[in-house]
Structure formats: C-alpha cells, structure tokens
Ligand binder design. Structure first.
Ligand code: NAG
Ligand code: NAG
Ligand code: NAG
Ligand code: NAG
Ligand code: NAG
Length: 482
C-alpha cells in the first residue's frame, strides 16, 4: 500500500518536473522532507555555531549539513547533528514531531547538542524504516514509553543510545524485544529499579552500557547467551550481591568489563583470569573481599586494571602484563611493601595509583623502566621515605602527583615542576625549604603539615594548602615579620 502510493506520487512528481525543467526539479528533495526538516529547524531556538545555517528553504535538502538521502528516490534517510566536544557548546530547542514526515528515515542522530529538551520523541514509532536512534548528551527527560520495545520495530532496530540525558523511571522490560540490537546505551540518566531480566534475549548485543544510573538489585545471572558482547559497563549504580557466575561466558571476546562504583560484595571470581581479550577491568569502589585470584597472571593483555577502594587482601599475584597503562589498587588492605616489579618494568604506564597500599620504601629506589609517559602518580598514605626530586626530574609529562601522608623528606626548592603539572598534593610529610615561585601556575596544591618556611609567593590557593608548616608567612597566612 505504502509502496503504491509513494510510487504514484513519484510518478506524478516526475511528470510535473518534466513539464517544467527536469534538472531543477530533480535537484530538490521531496517536499515532505523539506517541510519536516524546516519544522525541525524552527524548533531549534538557539544554534550558536550555525549548524543549521545551510538549511535554506527551496534548496535541495539532501545537500544540507547533517542530511543524507537515498540514491534511489532522493528521500532523506539519515539526520545526523553532532555537537562539539566543547562542554560550553549548547544547541537549544525541542525535537519537532514533524520529523515523522521523513518516511524513509533510517537513522536519527542528535548527539551532544546538550540543550534539547522534551520527553522521549514517540513520533519516531511511526517511521517505518528507522533502525538507529542516537540521542546522547541532550536534556531529554521523563520516563521511557513502556511499550518502547514493541514500537521500535524489533525486527530491524540495531542501535539505541540515549546516554547523558535525564530519563527517569525503570528501564521498560519491553526493551528486551529488540533482539537485533547491537548497541544499547542508557548510561548517565536517572533510571532506577532493577536491570530487566529480559535483556538476556538480546543475544546480538555488542555494547551494553547502563553506567551512571540508580539501578539496584543484583546483576542478573543471565550472560550465557551474549555471544557477541565486547563491552559491558554497569558502573556507578547501586547494584548489590556478588559478581554473577555466568559473566564467565563472556570470556572469549569481552574487552571491557566495568562494574566499578556499585555495592558488590564477595570475592573476585577466578574465571576473570581467563578473559584473554580483556583490556580494561574496573571493579573499583565496591565491597569486594578476599584475594585477587592468581589466575590474573593470565591477563597478559590488560591495559587498565582498577581495583581501588575495596577490601582486598594480600598476596597480590605476580602479574605478567605486556604493557599496562593504568593501574589503581588504592585503599584496599594490601601491604605491597614495594612497587611490584611488573609495574616497574612496564613500558607504557601513564597512570599509577597505589595510595594506601602499605608501601614502605625509599622513593629513590623506585626505578621505572620508563618514566616518560607518566601522567598521574598517586602514592598517598603509605610509608614512603626519601625524595621525589629524581623521579619528577624525569617524568616530564606528569600532570598530577599525590603523595600526602608519607615520610618524604626533601628541600622543596630542589623539586623540578614538569611544565604540564597541574596538581601537586604533598601534605603530611617532612618537606623543608621554601615554597617555589613556580607553584603559582598549578591548579591544585596542598603543602600543608610539612616543615616549610619563609614567604609564600603570590598564589590563588586557599590557606589550607599551607597550614601546619614551621614558619611559612605571607598571604594567605599572616604577613611575614621583618
Ligand atoms: C538551555 O535552554 C534553556 C531553555 O530551555 C535556556 O533558557 C538556556 O539559556 C539554554 N542554555 C544555554 C547555555 O544555551
Ligand atoms: C593460564 O591459562 C592457561 C591456559 O590458557 C592455563 O593452563 C593456566 O592454568 C592458567 N593459569 C592460571 C594461573 O590460571
Ligand atoms: C635532572 O635531569 C638532568 C638531565 O635531564 C640531570 O642532569 C640532573 O642531574 C637531574 N637532576 C636530578 C636531581 O636528578
Ligand atoms: C619553573 O617553570 C619553568 C617554566 O614553566 C621551567 O622552565 C623551570 O624549570 C621551572 N623551575 C622549577 C624549579 O621547577
Ligand atoms: C634548599 O635549597 C636551596 C637551593 O638549593 C638552598 O638555598 C636552601 O638553603 C635549602 N634549604 C634548606 C632548609 O636546606
């Protein structure tokens, strides 16, 4: 039926064109598409960078920015507007329901526009060919329609991403009817309630991201059927219980597993060591207990291992990594003593966080094979003695150094501050000498509770950055006596 009527209207159009001028006529897109897009444009009240400036009436809408048309009939098949990464970039307005006139639309991508408001655009249910909907990083709100799964054409829908909006309520269980979905991203919203168990029917999922919501209950033990899953991110929710055993079925291809920032308890399962393709594992900020399994020796390709803020105990396995880039074991119940050899020998590490890890050594004895790539080093709350002067002389790209609550003893005037350094937090040590002038160009500094002395150079830092030293003076502390 739809075919017949659109075919006949095309024929009518062709006939009309022929009688005027075939060239100018066929250079224009379908009038319904033009009308729909112009109505969308009028719903955008602020477009500071002029994303829609090429959308001019009576010009071919297939040439407008963000628009793609089908070759066969010149109908709009894709509307794609992608905001800038600048967090101060805002496009303001609402999504006009007149877009339902785009009868041939397959993909609707309105991403990072940041200030599009309104509820879930239910008019898209009327678009017969739509198979991808990406509305990330806008200000859409309210609950999702309960029947979203039925209405989104389950037999064809492959990508649904609504991340970074303000959607509320529970994740409708009907979503599990989208069995062809490869990409499901509902992260960074206000969804609450449990993870629907029906999601296990979505066997084609490659990416499943529900991070940064308020989801609660246990992680369903339903992973046996996900034979394509490469990334699973359930972090920053209120999920409780243990890490479910069927996650082991994801071993052959999972690359990212992020269950961090939840309320998970119990042990880290042994099977995680079998995840040969895993390059990022984040279980940080949970309530995990016991040891890190010795099977972790087999995680040879891991790039990011984040286990900080749990209740894990020794012994930590001797890992066999080729090139770890980020490691965070902070604030567990480890007594590592020294920085593990496999960390020291890594050729690419740029973020090392071993705060509160029971480290007890002289910092001069830390001789990483490579210092050049280090961006972040956090060794706070250990019993490290000596001086970071040698280390910071060679970590030329360092952006942040935290070593509060140790026994570091050195003349602060000797410390070379790498050009890109932004954060220097060295409270509660035995640092002496003067506060160097260079400190003023940093963004965050804490030198409190040391043995520093003399006038403080002009800085923007609050008084608490300097409190508890032997004889510092000058703003923000009381003036120096002559
Ligand atoms: C976002 O939109 C609101 C209206 O919905 C408007 O008042 C506000 O100025 C916009 N913010 C920016 C930064 O454009
Ligand atoms: C590492 O993997 C190999 C084979 O993949 C296996 O035989 C061995 O037991 C594993 N080692 C550990 C410590 O799990
Ligand atoms: C800092 O590095 C330079 C060479 O890059 C070297 O000459 C100097 O001795 C080093 N200083 C310290 C305190 O390690
Ligand atoms: C101070 O900063 C300058 C450039 O920002 C740098 O060249 C110099 O080495 C720094 N001095 C110290 C003592 O960090
Ligand atoms: C710290 O080093 C500076 C420069 O080398 C030196 O002038 C100063 O006397 C030293 N301060 C102390 C307390 O040793």
């Amino acid at each position: 039926m739809a075919f017949t009527s659109s075919t006949s209207s095309l024929l009518a159009l062709a006939f009309l064109c022929f009688s005027i001028s075939a060239y100018t006529c066929f250079a224009k897109c379908h009038v319904d598409d033009e009308t729909a897009l112009l109505a969308f444009k009028s719903g955008i009240t602020q477009d500071p960078t002029g994303m829609l400036s090429s959308w001019i009436p009576a010009t071919d809408c297939c040439t407008w920015s963000g628009i793609e048309c089908l070759d066969s009939n010149k109908r709009v098949s894709s509307l794609s507007l992608f905001g800038e990464s600048d967090p101060n970039f805002f496009v303001t307005g609402t999504i006009s329901p007149s877009l339902s006139k785009l009868r041939y639309l397959q993909g609707l991508y309105l991403q990072h526009l940041r200030n599009l408001t309104g509820t879930f655009p239910t008019f898209i249910f009327n678009l017969p060919d739509l198979n991808q909907l990406y509305l990330d990083n806008n200000k859409l709100s309210g609950p999702l329609p309960l029947d979203i799964g039925q209405k989104l054409h389950p037999q064809q829908f492959v990508g649904l991403s609504l991340s970074e909006n303000r959607f509320t309520g529970s994740i409708p269980s009907s979503i599990s009817q989208l069995v062809h979905l490869r990409d499901l991203d509902l992260g960074s919203n206000l969804f609450s309630g449990p993870i629907p168990s029906g999601i296990q029917q979505m066997k084609n999922l490659v990416f499943l991201n529900l991070e940064k919501n308020q989801l609660s209950g246990k992680i369903p033990n339903f992973f046996t059927s996900f034979t394509s899953l490469r990334e699973l991110d359930l972090s920053h929710n209120k999920l409780s219980g243990e890490i479910p055993p069927t996650i082991s079925f994801l071993a052959p291809r999972l690359e990212l597993l992020n269950l961090g920032h939840n309320l998970l308890a119990g042990n880290i399962p042994n099977y995680l060591g079998n995840f040969q393709t895993l390059d990022r594992l984040d279980l940080s900020s949970n309530q995990l207990t016991g040891v890190v399994p010795t099977t972790f020796k087999n995680l040879t390709d891991i790039l990011y291992l984040e286990l900080g803020h749990n209740h894990l105990v020794d012994p930590f396995p001797e890992m066999n990594v080729k090139k770890i880039e980020g490691l965070d074991l902070s604030y567990n119940k480890f007594n590592l003593g020294t920085i593990p050899k496999w960390v020291e020998s890594s050729a690419l590490i740029y973020s090392l966080k071993l705060a509160g890890c029971g480290l007890k050594f002289r910092l001069e004895d830390f001789k990483p094979r490579e210092k050049y790539f280090y961006d972040y080093i956090d060794l706070s709350d250990n019993q490290i003695s000596g001086t970071p002067v040698g280390l910071m002389n060679e970590t030329t790209l360092l952006k942040g150094f935290w070593a509060s609550g140790n026994q570091l003893r050195f003349n602060l005037s000797d410390l070379r501050l790498p050009n890109g350094l932004k954060t220097l937090v060295l409270a509660r040590n035995q640092i002496f000498g003067k506060v160097p002038q260079n400190i003023s160009r940093l963004e965050k500094v804490d030198l409190s509770h040391n043995h520093l002395c003399g006038p403080i150079p002009a800085t923007k830092f609050a008084v608490k950055a300097f409190l508890g030293n032997d004889c510092l003076c000058g703003s923000p502390l009381p003036p120096c006596k002559n």
